[in-house]
Design a protein around this ligand. Structure first.
Ligand code: SOE
Length: 386
């Protein structure tokens, strides 16, 4: 067997996404024997030395850095992975591009359209391979949806109906974590959740041409954060502060292919945990995907005999489905972390082979254009073109 090409990883950020990406790098070669690359967990980077050191030990990194600028200049680093809050993406990506590194960046690409444009300009000027981590494209059921649409199984597409519903901030005493602060996160449910739906829709149906939307914040003040945890929350203090992002983001869209769409994202849907669901209706049938049941794809065939018409639930775990041959026997389901393993497998192998990969920074910029247009529409109360 030919030796695998080693890719030395410098990962910036060690919380939720840092953990997900580290795990994916460690698992790729175990589940994808065909992989031509071997990611090496070289350096974990973060500002707080003791926290980054303990995370590096847990995740299996060889060493640490506390300054991303130094990391981007190191000769022994091939790839910079940006798993930090949105406000730091632009500066890290530009430093990484100038250092000639391959780049993987968490979604959404940036906090603003202008920042996303600068990031695309930097990777182009330095000609470095780049990808944005919209991992949901690498869910077997979503990849199957793409295949069905491409093969014309759904016929001409009329509707995309997406909702992304969570409830982790329903409690008004949930503290002001960074995801609720505009200067760090950029936006709330909009960039965090609707960005996933926009990327799903772009991947499956192609570009959106115009949007009309509204953003809302129901709970305008929350207790300041006393201590964060490595999930989404932390301990509340007894002082209050302003919420500066949206709790809910809703918009209508027209697609270039003639389809119409609705998108709704919220963190205030009591009872919904990670309910990222879309339904697509075409002239020959429909499909439904829900992240909370991510191993399944519902399919309705309009041409079925009348007495048998109805949605069927496809368990996308049978070696014939995308990615699943790399995991377990049929019916033995996979989970959230595997979406990152699939993503890293595809992207790293594309990088190593010099192939274009998707979603890349240009695709991330496209998502940013839609996010920006919805934001403008909410403020101007008018339709906006992309
Ligand atoms: C938190 O809202 C979050 O973890 C998002 O940031 C992720 O992108 C999404 O996959 C799940 O929810």
């Amino acid at each position: 067997m030919a030796a695998k090409k080693k890719i030395n990883i410098g990962l910036v950020g060690y919380q939720f996404m840092g953990k997900a990406h580290s795990n994916a790098y460690r698992q790729v070669a175990k589940f994808f024997p065909d992989t031509e690359v071997e990611p090496v967990l070289k350096v974990l980077c973060g500002r707080d030395e003791s926290k980054v050191r303990s995370a590096a030990e847990r995740f299996g990194f060889e060493s640490i850095e506390t300054d991303y600028r130094k990391l981007c200049e190191r000769d022994d680093i091939d790839l910079i992975d940006i798993a930090t809050p949105g406000n730091t993406h632009v500066e890290i990506a530009i430093a990484a591009a100038n250092g000639g590194k391959m780049i993987i960046c968490e979604k959404p690409l940036a906090n603003t359209l202008a920042e996303a444009e600068q990031m695309v300009a930097a990777v182009k000027a330095n000609n470095v391979p780049n990808a944005v981590c919209f991992n949901y494209r690498r869910i077997p059921a979503v990849a199957l949806a793409k295949k069905l649409i491409e093969e014309g199984v759904l016929g001409h597409i009329y509707h995309f109906r997406g909702v992304y519903l969570q409830d982790w901030i329903v409690d008004p005493n949930f503290p002001l974590v960074w995801r609720l602060l505009g200067d760090i996160a950029g936006s709330g449910s909009h960039g965090d959740l609707n960005a996933h739906l926009i990327d799903d829709a772009y991947y499956l149906l192609g570009p959106i041409t115009e949007v009309s939307g509204m953003l809302d914040t129901f709970i305008k003040q929350r207790p300041l954060l006393a201590e964060s945890d490595d999930r989404l929350g932390g301990k509340a203090s007894d002082k209050m502060g302003d919420v500066t992002v949206d709790d809910s983001s809703i918009f209508m869209a027209r697609f270039a292919n003639g389809a119409v769409g609705t998108f709704e994202a919220t963190r205030m849907a009591a009872g919904r945990k990670n309910h990222s669901k879309f339904e697509i209706n075409g002239s020959k049938g429909s499909i439904v995907f829900n992240m909370e049941r991510m191993n399944e794809l519902e399919y309705y065939n309009h041409d079925d005999p009348a007495e048998l018409k109805g949605f069927r639930v496809v368990q996308t775990t049978d070696g014939v489905h995308p990615y699943t041959g790399n995991y377990w026997p049929v019916g033995h389901i996979i989970g959230y972390e595997h979406t990152f393993i699939n993503f890293m497998h595809d992207v790293l192998n594309d990088f190593a082979a010099g192939r274009p990969t998707h979603p890349n920074f240009e695709d991330g910029l496209y998502v940013q254009k839609v996010l920006d247009a919805v934001d403008r529409s909410s403020r101007t109360r008018a339709w906006q073109t992309i």
